[in-house]
Structure formats: structure tokens, C-alpha cells
Design a protein around this ligand. Structure first.
Ligand code: 5AD
Ligand code: SF4
Ligand code: FES
Length: 365
């Protein structure tokens, strides 16, 4: 396939075709400013309009603990960062944030934390049950846990789980995550799929040691797993980590990967990430115009926001929840899009459930 063929291939098939043309795909990824890369952005925007439409789904993000037993070499919350001020919200504070979210019109809250064992399987299940009483959809993003915990939380009513694979290269993964393996991460993904969660995978762009070939593998992996959601953000160096001196990813590279994710997973929920908005004031808008259809404004009580410092210069740390809600609506409307008032589930997941099928029990990833 040549890039001229882009116009003749139906956009619904473009992603699959690109995955069969490894060299062309690597060239495109290596040159985000090139003409073919620009054609990918346009195609992804058209495909997004066709498959998931003009609505943008909002998820209110509650960062409820920044304690973490993980030690990821890129992350400011890593265990060995003794400079970080650590906090944990009480159950009451979490429920108050969720209540405020419901009042502001959010249909989903995302409960995100470091890997904090202080929140037990049972303890978090209680919190999920209380939040469900508010009529909200619950997305979890709390890292690797035993199968039993994932079961308890699904039974308590959580419908979605974000667990980025970070990079599909097993060697790079091992170098970035001391004492951990990509296999363990993908085992968690498989369990979550088996439990019928909508599963969010994803990766960082611009990681030290990452190449265009690695990013092609990231696309193959999210396609193979059939991830319902895909979060893609630039790597941003944090001064209190071993990777402090490494350069970060760019907006152009990241937006191109968002577009390619849309092409390989036409129905996925794809956020315009906060990290992208943090490296460029128009970063989230650029993603929304290249395949993204979700935004995750912050609902964390303001006094804790600066402490949830995964990377430096994070946006929305000074604003109140209501301000973020208004700000993001204005940005979405300015793009000619509209804020969804529905629950914003993945349409294929809904269809499978309608047929009574459980998703991932079909075999190993
Ligand atoms: N830059 C950008 N993203 C980061 N994450 C962690 N550290 C960084 C960083 N320095 C991302 C990871 C993780 C998510 C919660 O935040 O992808 O899964
Ligand atoms: Fe902990 Fe997640 Fe940061 Fe890793 S990326 S150190 S698991 S908060
Ligand atoms: Fe938080 Fe704009 S979304 S200030």
C-alpha cells in the first residue's frame, strides 16, 4: 500500500490495512508532521464521527490516594519518591466528591489512586456500592490487584477498569517497572476482561527507549485485546524520578497515536488526556479532533490536587470541580461538538451484554 491509496480504502478498514504494512506504519509514526501522518489525523476524525458521533463523554476524576507500592521509574508517585506529600481521602470525602460530581451532571466517576493496600478489596467495594446509590457509573483505576478484589468490585457494581499496559515491549516494560513484568500486567487485563469489565488499556508516547516499532506493537496489542477504552498521553519527565533527565513526548507524536488508536479500534472510548493538555494548552482539543471522544475533568477536592503529581505542571490543579466542568464544556462546544448526557458505555460491550455474552473468556491474550 502506498499513502496515495489512503483515499481509496474505506476508513473502517484503514487501521487493519496499516497494521499489515509495518514499514509504512513505522514511517508514519516516525514523521508526525508528514503528509501521510496528516491524512491519518483527518481519517481518524472522520471515522470517529461515523462510529461514535459528535458526543464527548465526561468522566469526573477522583484521585483518592497517592500512596503507591509501585516504583515505576517515570512516575512522581513512585514508592521511592520521599519528597512526595502523601494523602488518602476518607470514605466520606470520596462520597462527597462523587455527590458533587453527580450534582455537576457527571454520569461517571473514575476512582483513581496509586497502588494503595490500605484500601482493601472489601473496603473499596463498600465505597463503590455507596456511589452506585447515586446512580453513577463507576470506573476504577487502582492498579494490579488479586482476582478476588476485581471480582468484589465488579459485584459491587463497577463497570469499567483502566489499566494501561504502558508499553507493549516486554524488555522496555521490565526496565521501566522494577520487579514487574508485562505478562503480569496482561494477566490482570485478561482477568478484567473475563469479569466483563470495559477495559481501558493505553500507553505513553516518547518514553526513553521507545521506537516507532514499539508503538506499532502498542497498536497491535490494543487491537488484539479489543480494549474498550484507550488512554494515550505523552511521557512527561518528573524531576524526582530516575528518568528525570530524559526528554518527554511531543503533542504531535501523541495526537498521531491517538488517531491510529481510533483507526485500529473504531468503536473505542478514547480520552483526550490531561497529560496532553498539560504539555500544550490546545492538546486536548487536538486529540478531540483526531479521534478522541472522552475527557476526564478533575473532581478531586482542591486541597489535594497538587499532591497527585504523577508528572509536573499538571493542569486543573488550582481549579474547583465546577470550574473544570464549565471550562471543559466551553472547549467542547467551541469545537462544534456536544457533551453527552448518557452513561457513555462502549457500544460493542453493550451489544455483547444484550446477547448475554461474557467477553474475554475466549482465550489468553
Ligand atoms: N508522564 C506521563 N504520564 C505518566 N503516567 C505516570 N507517570 C507519568 C509521567 N511521568 C501515566 C501512566 C499511568 C497513568 C496513571 O499516568 O501511564 O498509567
Ligand atoms: Fe504507582 Fe501508578 Fe505511578 Fe506506577 S504509575 S508509581 S503504579 S501511581
Ligand atoms: Fe480543568 Fe479547564 S478542565 S480548568
Amino acid at each position: 500500500m502506498d499513502y496515495q491509496d489512503f483515499c481509496t480504502i474505506p476508513i473502517t478498514e484503514l487501521g487493519e490495512r496499516l497494521l499489515t504494512e509495518e514499514n509504512l506504519l513505522r514511517e508514519i509514526i516516525a514523521h508526525p508532521q508528514s503528509e501521510p501522518a496528516q491524512a491519518v489525523l483527518k481519517a481518524a476524525d472522520r471515522l470517529r464521527a461515523l462510529t461514535v458521533g459528535e458526543e464527548v463523554h465526561l468522566r469526573g476524576l477522583i484521585e483518592f490516594s497517592n500512596y503507591c507500592r509501585g516504583n515505576c521509574n517515570y512516575c512522581g508517585l513512585r514508592r521511592d519518591n520521599r519528597q512526595a506529600f502523601r494523602y488518602r481521602l476518607t470514605q466520606e470525602e470520596i462520597l462527597a466528591a462523587a455527590t458533587l460530581g453527580a450534582r455537576l451532571g457527571y454520569r461517571t466517576v473514575v476512582l483513581q489512586s496509586g497502588e494503595d493496600p490500605a484500601f482493601t478489596g472489601e473496603g473499596l467495594a463498600e465505597i463503590i456500592k455507596e456511589i452506585k446509590k447515586l446512580g453513577l457509573v463507576v470506573t476504577l483505576s487502582v492498579g494490579e490487584r488479586p482476582r478476588r478484589d476485581y471480582e468484589l468490585w465488579r459485584e459491587a457494581g463497577a463497570e469499567r477498569y483502566l489499566i494501561r499496559h504502558e508499553t507493549a515491549d516486554p524488555l522496555l516494560y521490565a526496565r521501566l517497572h522494577p520487579g514487574r513484568s508485562l505478562k503480569e500486567r496482561l494477566d490482570c487485563v485478561q482477568i478484567l476482561k473475563d469479569l466483563d469489565y470495559q477495559v481501558g488499556m493505553g500507553f505513553m508516547v516518547g518514553l526513553p527507549g521507545q521506537t516507532p516499532a514499539t508503538l506499532v506493537e502498542d497498536l497491535r496489542l490494543i487491537r488484539r485485546v479489543n480494549a474498550e477504552m484507550v488512554g494515550i498521553g505523552p511521557y512527561i519527565p518528573h524531576p524526582e524520578t530516575p528518568l528525570a533527565g530524559c526528554p518527554g513526548g511531543t503533542m504531535e507524536q501523541t495526537v498521531l497515536m491517538v488517531a491510529l488508536a481510533r483507526l485500529v479500534l473504531p468503536h473505542a472510548l478514547i480520552p483526550a488526556t490531561t497529560a496532553l493538555g498539560s504539555i500544550n494548552p490546545k492538546g486536548r482539543e487536538a486529540a478531540l479532533q483526531a479521534g478522541a471522544n472522552v475527557v476526564m475533568p478533575n473532581l478531586t477536592p482542591t486541597q489535594y490536587r497538587t499532591a497527585y503529581e504523577i508528572y509536573p505542571n499538571k493542569i486543573c490543579t488550582g481549579e474547583e470541580a465546577g470550574e473544570c466542568r464549565r471550562c471543559i464544556t466551553g472547549r467542547i462546544v467551541a469545537l462544534g461538538r456536544r457533551v453527552s448526557d448518557g452513561p457513555g458505555h462502549n457500544s460493542e460491550w453493550l451489544k455483547r451484554r444484550g446477547r448475554g455474552e461474557v467477553v474475554g473468556s475466549s482465550g489468553a491474550i
